[in-house]
Design a protein around this ligand. Sequence first.
Ligand code: 5GP
Ligand code: ZN
Length: 106
Amino acid sequence: MEQCVFCKIVNKEIPSEIIYENDKICVFKDINPKAPVHILIVPKKHTESLNELDEREKDLLGEMVLAAKKTAKDFGISDGYKLLFNVGKKGGQIVEHLHLHLLGGW
Ligand code: 5GP
Ligand code: ZN
């Protein structure tokens, strides 16, 4: 099956501005920023959305949120930022690979 765009970024098949990665997650700049700082926190394993996760993935979710907090600090926006999961088409999700938006820098 054709890989999704975020799987291609995770696998370095298409370029992106990667800020941080480890064995579970990848943090990179959004290509079309909706805020002065707009960064995406993405699990390396393909999962469509938050709706596919349960208790087994709570460590992964915690890691994503803490990575967002750390990234906010590294970008000097700790004093104010938003974290956002869009879930499903009706929720504004376009890329069907779980991701957490970090928005700030206004
Ligand atoms: P969604 O609306 O699915 O929650 O957000 C998807 C986000 O992914 C959008 O903000 C969009 O700009 C970003 N995006 C889509 N394609 C690419 C890409 O190829 N590279 C990067 N870095 N971001 C992308
Ligand atoms: Zn994917």
